[in-house]
Write a protein that binds this ligand. Sequence first.
Ligand code: PEP
Ligand code: MN
Length: 340
Amino acid sequence: MLVVMDKKATKEEIEFVVATIEERGYTARPIPGGERVSIGILNNEGHVDSSPFLGLPGVKDAIHVTRPYKLVSREFKHEDTVIKVGDVTVGNGNLVIIAGPCAVESESQALTIAEHVKRSGAQLFRGGAFKPRTSPYSFQGLGKEGLHILAKVREKTGLPVVTEVMDLENFDLVEKYADVIQIGARNMQNFSLLRRAGHANKPVLLKRGMAATIDEWLMAAEYILEGGNSQVILCERGVRTFVHHSRNTLDLSAVSVVLKESHLPIIVDPSHAAGRRDQVIPLSRAAVAVGAQGLMVEVHHAPEKALSDGAQSLYPRQFERLYRQVQSIFDNLQSGAGRA
Ligand code: PEP
Ligand code: MN
């Protein structure tokens, strides 16, 4: 349930509602909005009777939340969540473009690519230091050294960095170096990792599991918000289907569903969806057209030599083209009738 306070409710009235909720054995979670504060009631088993709250001073309404996820739902918080990463805004009319290699391979590789993508308009740099690989014999990432390289990229280019955390063991380390902590598709339901991310001091980019429903994905985000970290960016990256013409099937309808269901920003990773370079630009255009608030794209200056995901990595020239095209679609949407 959500207790909606009056626009003019005082701090004391809000505190009194919080105390009343907690006296009943529930958890109260105040959510400041643009105009008014709402207070979420969590940890209830079954129906909560709204009558004890409706009569309290400063209370405007009490709404039952019909979805299994609460903190991430629009019923709980109507306004879009806007996330700041350094000077970059995720949401709020900005199309955020994250680009870089699948994996950090060396300092010169990372810096070369970062300079290319920055010049073409990327606002954040991506690069895995800890890589989740299907085969134990494949390149596993440079680990800590990769994080040091990412710090150097940030220092030299000014681009904030996004990098994946794979386990609890390395969480503190990744949290220290990353500007945005990525939780990959394979870990979307790693609940201990999600709980740790819930008290991380950095925004989290939560990718959709390769066979996850939207409800499961939003419930995974709920773990992070429930832990106290409301800075979550959702990332659709394709789901496993029977097709062979692409690595995964990009679920564009997920974008419009998430925009309706949740206040969290949603971006799209066309690279891991496609698995091949020729589909990345068309899928990016489609993702932006459907309402995605950003893209995360793999780019490599020499994809044929890449240690992972070379086949889906764009050449810098292609990324330049992608950027121009998606920006023009986005600008059109913003100045036109707007998104449905
Ligand atoms: C990645 O973005 O580096 C990655 C491994 O993607 P995913 O978790 O979506 O497979
Ligand atoms: Mn990759």
